[in-house]
Design a protein around this ligand. Sequence first.
Ligand SMILES: C[S@@+](CC[C@H](N)C(=O)[O-])C[C@H]1O[C@@H](n2cnc3c(N)ncnc32)[C@H](O)[C@@H]1O
Length: 189
Amino acid sequence: MLFTDLNAIEADFKAIKTRNYYKIWEPFMRKYNCQRVCELGVFKGDNFMNMIAHGPKLAVAVDSWRNEGVHSEKDAKYSKKELEAQFEYFRSRVNYLPFVQIIVENTAKAAERFPNNYFDFVYIDADHSVEGCTKDIVSWYPKVKYGKFLVGHDYRRGFGVVEAVNKFVAEKKLKLMFLAPSTWAVVKV
Ligand SMILES: C[S@@+](CC[C@H](N)C(=O)[O-])C[C@H]1O[C@@H](n2cnc3c(N)ncnc32)[C@H](O)[C@@H]1O
């Protein structure tokens, strides 16, 4: 089913908001029947675990779990050993879930593994620089099904996310919506 009534979706986003950010995902995923979901930039998996609470058919977790440069304000301060520990911790959280696929790779590169029009929901929270976020948006937008969602975190002052998202939305003439104050979302059209 295609959800093309963007105003209705936007109104729905406003209704879904809760005090606990993570609690937005379960009602959202159920309402929009998100069966194939993906997170880019997983860290220890706090957001991921909530994003999959509805039990999708496939949940892909992509993260390099390695400090390859400027990723985001969170991981720049971690040593290799700490990043590996984060990965092991995340793995232990999802080990028993057969529908979870972990990909240890650069997020933009990992897009090549999937066909176009494949995911119901892709969440971007990896490299927050203008260049990095643009690469993720451009690489993953085609992987989203028509009428489904490309969403991301940290649309806020001081992050390259704002410029990357604004440019892409303007070029593609998309409607920019917000699930939470700094969580941007577009529907693929
Ligand atoms: C802000 S944290 C993610 C937080 C997570 N989404 C959450 O809310 O629980 C960013 C993560 O993205 C990863 N990352 C950043 N840039 C990346 C890239 N280009 N490729 C792969 N992983 C990347 C880092 O290793 C880090 O774990």
